[in-house]
Design a protein around this ligand. Structure first.
Ligand code: NAD
Length: 260
């Protein structure tokens, strides 16, 4: 379905981004991977996706807290894979502290990666999408883009901002073949969430299994984690022709979180 398309997936060396990169590759898209990690492991991911799905893959280690590197990622993908048709703004980090104790540098970093990088990448990619009158921008926001939790000021602000950015870009491209939508996942068991489970276990003196159950039962009615593969399938739908008139939506896949 996506053969001949090139997708940039930010933060795709792990977790949700990797799940989405695999799902797009399974549909035939060539993939530019991005994110941090062990170089040998990243190379194994890159060659593994290429071999499993018969697509072209490349990797760029741009640090998305830096606007010039974010723009450079789009330039590198265009140079190495020929074009960018699909942009998945997925890279994100978390930091947890009450507002009055929230370190300024952590606020800046969370907003830079979770929100500003999505703006810079979108700005860099839209001209070529307009030139071909086709494009898909998928922003990975969060249930925290629609609701709030204590101690997550920067994350919740950035994710609400990303839902807003999604709507603006969708409106500005509404008469074109470019769409922009957001996915708002609930809890997904990735390294980002494992850190929060470990912190909860330590704080309450419970084991990791109990902490996992507690975390889920606080917000996620299904008490099941959403999986990267399920989110990948939703991203594929957004990139398909069936998704052509899905514009400016924030689709929550969250085990019922936002229904409460
Ligand atoms: P993760 O920690 O498994 O993966 C994050 C990815 O982003 C990694 O590839 C990492 O290397 C990359 N990254 C981090 N900082 C970067 C930077 N400065 N430049 C480039 N890449 C960088 O996390 P995840 O849980 O897969 O999260 C992916 C996205 O999904 C994030 O935006 C997160 O906010 C969002 N999300 C996660 C959950 C969840 O429960 N895991 C829920 C809702 C939304």
């Amino acid at each position: 379905m996506l053969k001949g398309k090139v997708a940039v997936v930010t933060g795709s060396t792990s977790g949700i981004g990797l799940g989405i990169a695999r799902a797009l590759a399974a549909e035939g898209a060539d993939i530019m991977l991005n994110g941090f990690g062990d170089p040998a492991e990243i190379e194994a991911i890159r060659t593994g996706i290429a071999a499993e799905f018969g697509v072209r893959t490349a990797y760029n280690g741009a640090d998305l807290s830096k606007p010039a590197e974010t723009t450079g990622l789009i330039e590198a993908a265009t140079a190495e894979l020929g074009r960018v048709d699909i942009l998945v703004n997925n890279a994100g980090i978390q930091f947890v502290a009450p507002v009055e104790a929230f370190p300024d540098d952590k606020w800046e970093l969370v907003v830079a990666i979770n929100l500003s990088a999505c703006f810079y990448a979108t700005k860099a990619v839209i001209p070529q999408m307009r030139a071909r009158n086709w494009g898909r921008i998928v922003n990975i926001a969060s249930a925290h883009g629609l609701t709030a939790s204590i101690n997550k000021a920067a994350y919740v602000a950035a994710k609400h901002g990303l839902v807003g950015l999604t709507k603006v870009v969708a409106l500005e491209t509404a008469e074109t073949g470019i769409t922009c939508n957001a996915i708002c996942p609930g809890w997904v068991l990735t390294p980002l969430v494992q850190k929060q489970i470990d912190a909860l276990a330590e704080r309450k003196g419970i084991d990791a299994d109990q902490a996992r159950r507690e975390l889920l039962s606080e917000r996620q009615p299904s008490k099941q984690f959403v999986t990267p593969a399920q989110l990948g399938a939703l991203a594929v739908f957004m990139c398909s022709e069936a998704g052509a008139e899905l514009r400016g939506a924030a689709v929550n896949m969250d085990g019922g979180w936002c229904a409460q």
